[in-house]
Design a protein around this ligand. Structure first.
Ligand code: PMP
Length: 395
């Protein structure tokens, strides 16, 4: 048998060993993890809706009517009217013709990409796209080409030299850097080269754009310009699952072809009802988004003053670039000793030499809590010797 224990040991030596924490109680900034009370800056619950009483009520009120389990796949007998209502709600929310409800964002990306591209086609993917997009490209058996992060000119040159069906895929907000894709330019170039544009807005839905409708509408782009929009529901929406939204004919095609939609049990219908409730809150609650953007400004000013290297992100994802794996782990541990939880993100999730602390802010954080994080960062600054740290800044 292959020496798995040895491979695990090697990972430990390289500072790449991954662990899980045991969380008890609900997801909220004051988190109980491994029995300790920690102030968390790790979750993707950007609006604090994962634990909102109205969403919890919507779930429990729906349960007696829908039962618990999905019990069958959508195409057999699992497509409940709660799923149907959510799809209509998602289409209206994203201002698109139709939507399709998937079980997770990971499965949506796998299913959509492998349904829309196949052998003989070419997929163009931003170098920093999420792992589920990369896996979707592999699964599709299409030729996959990566373009430099956000480099629309490089993409245009690649598109110009390619014939046949072309698919361009990008994160809307990049999950590990927090920056927004140049969506307007991408849409223009895709139109010029007859390529189908797919945007995975996992981190933009709920947070960006008018009433939280996401990065595509924030950029003023229509369904015609961005035909395929993917969003997850387990982040700012605070529930679980994902969706694809776009022209009705495309949704119909995905029902025929997307294997991760067809060959899996439908999500619990009550969860769809809770998601509708959460979308109501998102549309109505601009003060939540306003508070979140004020926290982002406050955090950035404080961390930059301490000499930490931030990335050009205006989103709730605010990574602190450190560089080395061990240094990043040491910084994360130092924060934890002060009661603050920020996860170290290391390769292969991010490029080699660009390990970082991924700080995520939420509308349910207070200014006082962000100050606690800044104080802990101030206490730990000595862990990053000035000159070495400056070198990583140039990465
Ligand atoms: N796309 C992106 C950009 C993501 O960051 C993630 C989750 N980290 C996903 C897709 C997967 O979504 P889900 O968690 O719903 O599977």
């Amino acid at each position: 048998m292959r020496d798995f224990a040895h491979e695990i040991e090697q990972r430990k030596q390289a500072g790449l060993y991954r662990t899980r924490r045991l969380v008890s109680g609900p997801q909220q900034p004051e988190l109980i993890a491994d029995g300790k009370s920690l102030l968390s800056f790790c979750s993707n619950d950007y609006l604090g809706l994962a634990n909102h009483p109205r969403n919890i009520d919507a779930l429990t009120n729906a349960l007696p009517e829908t039962g618990l389990g999905g019990a069958a796949s959508h195409l057999v007998c699992g497509h409940h009217q709660s799923h149907h209502q959510l799809e209509q709600r998602l289409a209206a929310f994203t201002q698109r013709s139709a939507a399709l409800f998937f079980s997770t964002g990971y499965m949506a990306n796998l299913g959509v990409i492998s349904a829309l591209a196949g052998r003989g086609d070419t997929i163009f993917s931003d170098r920093l796209n999420h792992a589920s997009i990369i896996d979707g490209c592999i699964l599709s058996r299409a030729r996959a080409r990566r373009y430099a992060h956000g480099d629309v000119a490089a993409l245009a040159a690649m598109l110009a030299e390619t014939s046949g069906h072309k698919l361009v895929v990008t994160d809307g907000v990049f999950s590990m850097d927090g920056d927004v894709a140049p969506l307007k330019d991408l849409a223009r170039v895709c139109k010029a080269h007859d390529a189908l544009l797919v945007v995975d807005d996992a981190h933009g839905i709920g947070v960006l754009g008018p009433q939280g409708r996401g990065s595509v509408l924030a950029a003023g782009l229509s369904e015609d310009e961005v035909p395929v929009l993917i969003g997850t529901l387990g982040k700012a929406v605070g529930t679980s699952g994902a969706f694809v939204a776009g022209p009705a004919v495309l949704m119909d095609y995905l029902v025929q072809k997307a294997r991760t939609y067809i060959y899996t049990t439908a999500m619990p219908p009550a969860l769809a009802a809770a998601t509708c409730a959460s979308l109501d809150l998102i549309e109505a609650d601009d003060p939540r988004r306003q508070h979140l953007s004020e926290l982002i400004v406050h955090f950035r000013a404080g961390a930059e003053q301490l000499g930490y290297h931030l990335m050009p992100s205006q989103s709730p994802i605010q990574p602190i670039l450190v560089g080395g794996n061990q240094e990043t782990l040491a910084l994360s541990q130092a924060l934890e000793q002060q009661g603050v939880l920020v996860t170290a993100i290391r390769p292969p999730t991010v490029p080699e030499g660009q390990a970082r602390l991924r700080v995520t802010l939420s509308a349910v954080h207070s200014f006082e809590q962000v100050d606690r994080l800044l104080n802990a960062l101030a206490q730990s600054r000595a862990l990053l010797p000035g000159s070495d740290y400056q070198k990583t800044v140039a990465v």
